[in-house]
Design a protein around this ligand. Structure first.
Ligand code: UDP
Length: 417
C-alpha cells in the first residue's frame, strides 16, 4: 500500500461560492468528528473519477481537523487485469474468472496490509479492487467499514458477483451513486446514495475563456481555431464508446464539412485494457486529419497540473462536448463540461441521466445517429449552445459541487459513529 500525498485545505475557501452559512454548517457537522482517523483506499492515484475526487475530499477533511489519509494498492499488471474484468463484470459484461484468480487476488492483498498496523475509525473502500482486505484482517479489524461503489452495478454479470460476494459480508454500509445500482446479491448491508462531485476550485475547473482555451488547443495539439470542435474527454474504454463517437462525428461531418473531433484520454495505472483500446480508436480514426486522438501515451501531458489545464482547455474550448457512454457510473466529465457552460450530448445511461435533463441543459441520446443529429443542431445554433450552457452550469452549482459531497460523507460518518 502506498500513501498518496495530500495537503490540508480549508472549507472557508468555498465561502464565496456557497455562502458563509453553508460553510458554518459543514464546520458544525465536522466538529464531533475532529481527530477521527479516516482511511480511503482505492486502486490507483492516477486516472479516472475516484482519483479525481479523493484528493479534494481528503484535503478538505484534513482542513476540518479529521485525520484523513488516502492509500492505494500496490500490485502487478495481472492483478489489475483481474480487477478490470471484475469492473467490467459488475457493469454487466459476462467475464471469465479463472481458477487461479482467487489466489492471485488474495495474495496481492496480503502484501498490502501494512496500513492496518494502526487503528482507523472509518475505512472507506472505493470500488471492488480492495474489498478482500477486510476478510484478511479477520479478528484484527477496527473501525467502521464502508464500501463506496462508483460504478454502474444495475445489471451485473454472474461471474463478478460470485467472485466478490464472499468478501462483501463484512461491510457495514454500501454507498452507491444512484438507487438503481443497489445490488442485493453482493450482501444485504445498509445502503446510502451519494452523488459524486467536481471541485470548482481547481486548475481543471477554474474558468478559462474559450478563446484562451482554443489557443492552448491550437498551440499544443494543432487543433484549428477556425473550425468547429466536438470533444470527448475519457479513458480509452469500451464503455465510453470512442468508436461510436467517431461514427457520430462522421455523420455530422456530412452536414458540417469542417467539423473537427478531439478524443482526449489518459491511460490509468490500473487499466491495461486502455492501451489496447487506444490502438483500436486510432485504427478507427483511419488517419482522418480532423480527428485528434490524444492520450498520455503521446501528446497529453502526464504532469498533473499541465494535464489538468489541458483538460480544462478541451472542455472550455469545445463547441460541443460528447459523452457517448454505454454505461456510466456517474460521469464526472459531464459535470466538468457543464460547469464550464459547454453543452453536453450524453448517452442516456447511468449517472449521465441524473445530470442532463434532455433538451433543457443538454441532450441525452441512445444511438450514433441521434448523437450526430444533436451535435449538428447545437453546432448550428450558438444561441441554443449558450442557453443550454447557462442552465448546465446552474445544475452543477446546485447539485454536483464538492461541499455537498463532503457534507454527505460527514453525515454518513456521524450516522455510524
Ligand atoms: N480525466 C483526465 N484526463 C483524461 C481523461 C479523464 O483528467 O485524459 C479525468 C476527468 O477530467 C474526470 C475523470 O478523469 O475528472 C474521469 O471521471 P469519470 O467519472 O468521467 O469517468 P471514469 O474514468 O471514472 O469512468
Amino acid at each position: 500500500m502506498r500513501r498518496v500525498d495530500t495537503v490540508p485545505r480549508s472549507i472557508r475557501d468555498y465561502g464565496g461560492l456557497i455562502g458563509e452559512g453553508a460553510v458554518a454548517e459543514i464546520e458544525a457537522l465536522a466538529a464531533p468528528l475532529r481527530g477521527s482517523r479516516v482511511l480511503h483506499l482505492n486502486a490507483t492515484a492516477y486516472g479516472g473519477g475516484v482519483a479525481e475526487m479523493l484528493p479534494t475530499l481528503v484535503s478538505l477533511s484534513r482542513g476540518l481537523g479529521i485525520e484523513a489519509e488516502w492509500h492505494v494498492l500496490e500490485a502487478e499488471n495481472d492483478f489489475f487485469d483481474l480487477t478490470k474484468r471484475l469492473h467490467n463484470g459488475l457493469q454487466g459484461m459476462e467475464v471469465e474468472i479463472l481458477p487461479t484468480d482467487r489466489s492471485l487476488y488474495l495474495s496481492t492483498l496480503e502484501r498490502n496490509m501494512q496500513v492496518f498496523q494502526r487503528d482507523w475509525d472509518f475505512v472507506v473502500v472505493h470500488d471492488p479492487q480492495p474489498v478482500g482486505l477486510l476478510g484478511l484482517l479477520d479478528g484484527r479489524r477496527t473501525g467502521r467499514w464502508i464500501w463506496r461503489c462508483h460504478i454502474d452495478t444495475s445489471t451485473p454479470g454472474n461471474a463478478a458477483i460470485d467472485f466478490l460476494a464472499p468478501f462483501m459480508g463484512y461491510f457495514e454500509l454500501a454507498v452507491y451513486s444512484m438507487p438503481g445500482y443497489v445490488t442485493p446479491r453482493l450482501g444485504n448491508m445498509r445502503t446510502e446514495f451519494v452523488f459524486p462531485s467536481i471541485n470548482p476550485l481547481t486548475p481543471k475547473n477554474e474558468p478559462l475563456s474559450p478563446a484562451l482555451a482554443r489557443q492552448i488547443l491550437a498551440c499544443r495539439f494543432g487543433i484549428s481555431n477556425a473550425q468547429p470542435l466536438i470533444v470527448q474527454v475519457s479513458r480509452f474504454d469500451p464503455w465510453k464508446d470512442p468508436l461510436g463517437v467517431i461514427d457520430s462525428y462522421r455523420q455530422a461531418k456530412r452536414r458540417i464539412k469542417d467539423v473537427q473531433l478531439a478524443l482526449a484520454g489518459n491511460i490509468a495505472d490500473d487499466d491495461p485494457e486502455g492501451i489496447e483500446y487506444h490502438a483500436r480508436t486510432l485504427e478507427h480514426a483511419a488517419g482522418d486529419p480532423d480527428i485528434h486522438v490524444l492520450s498520455t501515451l503521446d501528446r497529453l501531458s502526464r504532469d498533473e497540473l499541465t494535464h489538468a489545464l489541458e483538460i480544462n482547455a478541451f472542455q472550455s474550448g469545445a463547441d460541443v462536448v460528447v459523452q457517448k457512454s454505454t454505461r456510466e457510473g456517474f460521469g464526472l466529465v459531464v459535470a466538468e463540461a457543464m460547469w464550464k457552460r459547454t453543452p453536453v450530448v450524453g448517452g442516456r445511461v447511468g449517472g449521465i441521466v441524473e445530470q442532463i435533463e434532455d433538451g433543457v441543459n443538454g441532450y441525452l441520446v441512445t444511438s450514433v445517429e441521434e448523437c450526430a443529429d444533436r451535435v449538428v443542431e447545437l453546432l448550428k445554433s450558438p444561441r441554443r449552445r449558450r442557453e443550454m450552457g447557462e442552465r448546465a452550469r446552474e445544475t452543477v452549482r446546485e447539485r454536483f459541487l464538492t461541499p455537498r459531497h463532503l457534507s454527505d460523507y460527514l453525515r454518513i460518518f456521524r450516522s455510524l459513529a
